[in-house]
Design a protein around this ligand. Sequence first.
Ligand code: PYL
Length: 296
Amino acid sequence: MTRLTTDDIQDIRFGLNAYDRYLVSATGRSLLGIGAAAAGLGDVHRFRDAASSIRMAVVPIGSGLGVISGFAETVCGILVHMGFDALVTRYSDVSGIAEAIDVGAQVILAADDDRFVAFCPRQGKTVDNSRATATGFVAGLDLMAGGLDGKRVLVLGCGPVGRWVVEALLMRKAIVTVVDRLAKKAEGLAGWTRAVFQTTIHVGFELGQALSTHHLIVDATNAAGVIHARHVSTDTRVAAPGMPCGITSKAREKLAGRILHDPLQIGVAAMACQAVHIIREQPVPLRPAVHDGKSV
Ligand code: PYL
């Protein structure tokens, strides 16, 4: 997982309305709508009303390489944009988690150097950013392509995000080919899908040939300059959760409007909607207030 920098994220929370307009033009849905589609939530409008009653707290984490300036504020800004009652805790780390519980957060989001997780403490469940990001970008590709059932999709990169991308594609009955610069990783992922889903996916060994024979592509690599203009046709659509973006500037010009790529937004939207799904599935009755040992 590439560690984001302040430069990667500092403008995100000020451009969310413009980003929503782009997403609606490319997929027909806003960030909230793509997140809801990824989480299998129904009517987004009904859901938006409920969102304001769900308190979410983002806790800065100072372990390892430490806090990324602006990271927690950016995550919070995305959640507020989606309609959630979200805040960044004043304190970081353990004190921040305690503060989140004290203010009644139903969802607590926090990231260290290895994982970014949304915790649903009352339900005892978590949502992982890698898996949510994969489901969010696949939901977006599905919307761009008008459905993925029976369609050939190429997945570049067989790391953690690539694995969950393959899972999300198989759930949508796509025909999947995977390519990785390390052939063993691609073959290992194919073995995993056979074992877990009893489904065969194809392993591509020549990147250029794979790119030239697929119109639907998910770039889950952390490499720049993978998809070039020669690989792009008028039917090509690319979902690129990887950081940095693997699409060259000339390819982006040709793809105009048929790309999904961002460093954080779609992943956070999918995490938040998945957390809402968990809360709805397992609403925890408010404990009756107790006074002097008697319920009141
Ligand atoms: C979650 C992002 C998505 C891509 N790379 C991941 C990353 O940068 N992880 C590190 C996040 C560190 C956050 C820091 C803070 O500010 O709380 N611990």
